[in-house]
Write a new protein. Sequence first.
Length: 203
Amino acid sequence: MVRLDATRYRHAGSHQPLFMPPPLRIVGYAIVSADGMIADSSGRIPPALIHEADQQYFFQGMDTADVLVHGRNSYEDRPGASDRKRIIVTRQISAVTPDAENPNTVLWNPTGAAIERACETLGVTGGVVAAVGGSEVYGLFLPRYDIFHLSKAARAQMAGGRPVFPGIPPATPEDLLQRHGLRPSPPSDLDTDAGVSVTVWAR
């Protein structure tokens, strides 16, 4: 992604930049069961939510993101995962601090700092921030999502599991996305035989 240095593009005689850096765009990716769950009661992702077509869709989305944001229990088991810039949400710090184990990672407490500050610590001042789990992180960005990619495994049921957003049930994922100003596109089949589809919700 090409970035513009705003300080280099000015009107003649003006101290105001002609071009401003692009703002952060918040994008979410999740696959849920028919009842809106992303994991079982123990936090484990069951086989009923693991589908090759959806995983490829998810990985393609991550490849286009400038930074990933997720909780401590989420992880990426792929070659090169440590090279991605990522923000890990935690309550164990006051605001933002670099991860001592990985220079591409920062720890972020959303009660102590805005997401922009966490991104700036990684050198990201614009582009796509991809929220990839878990429930608290997904819920945190409901007021700010530009796009949410909601995959659904229609044949999976996980009563008592962990929901994609707080408040499910009684609400559904679709209820909460709509309440926060997002509107759905027609669903697209990812795996017709398995009953897996994706709906793109956009502001």
